[in-house]
Design a protein around this ligand. Structure first.
Ligand SMILES: [Zn+2]
Length: 191
């Protein structure tokens, strides 16, 4: 079953004071699970897929609260640099996107004018109501079969670099099979 906010905060922060980002992220996950009505994500493996839009605190919180992980393909990163995530209930085929409101930061400073910024944010993220912290929107997400947990497809080999490619990430062009790096350039350059 889902535990309470304080439990996750204690686990995430260990002995240090929790950073504002992890507080906000844990609250986002708890709200999402309530909305999609999944109250025991750890026993309903593969039912929930979470797409996070930034790294740092958010994926940590998702992993802690929902058990979704990159390794089992239930956690994905689409980096838009936003404190936002889409929670996909694969079973019911519905998805909720939650995004942190910028206005919460202004409220924090108004609420706790005497405090340092990080402390003010920490307090505000604990105390503000959910609707003050997050925008909620039901959305449609297309997750291809090869993106879902449990997919087993044929691996192919790039005919240029010879590296193996899983999950249909190859590019087929002119009768040849290429990896994305050979087809369009990659994120690194050989030295
Ligand atoms: Zn290649």
């Amino acid at each position: 079953m889902i535990k309470d906010f304080q439990y996750y905060l204690d686990v995430a922060a260990k002995n240090d004071p929790p950073r504002p980002g992890i507080i906000l992220a844990i609250r986002m996950c708890l709200l999402a699970l309530t909305r999609v009505e999944i109250n025991d994500p750890l026993t309903q493996k593969r039912r929930l897929v979470v797409i996070v839009e930034t790294d740092r605190c958010l994926p940590d919180a998702v992993q802690l609260v929902t058990g979704c992980r990159l390794a089992n393909r239930t956690l994905k990163l689409k980096d838009t640099g936003k404190m936002a995530a889409v929670f996909v209930d694969v079973q019911k085929d519905r998805s909720l996107r939650l995004a942190a409101r910028e206005s919460a930061n202004h409220k924090a400073v108004e609420l706790f004018p005497g405090l340092e910024r990080l402390e003010a944010l920490s307090r505000a993220y604990r105390t503000l109501a959910e609707h003050e912290l997050f925008c909620e929107q039901w959305v449609r997400v297309h997750l291809a079969p090869e993106d879902l947990p449990g997919h087993h497809g044929a691996r192919v080999t790039c005919c240029q670099c010879g590296e193996g490619i899983a999950f249909r990430r190859e590019v087929r062009t002119g009768g040849r099979i290429l990896c994305r790096t050979c087809a369009a350039g990659g994120y690194y350059e050989p030295l």
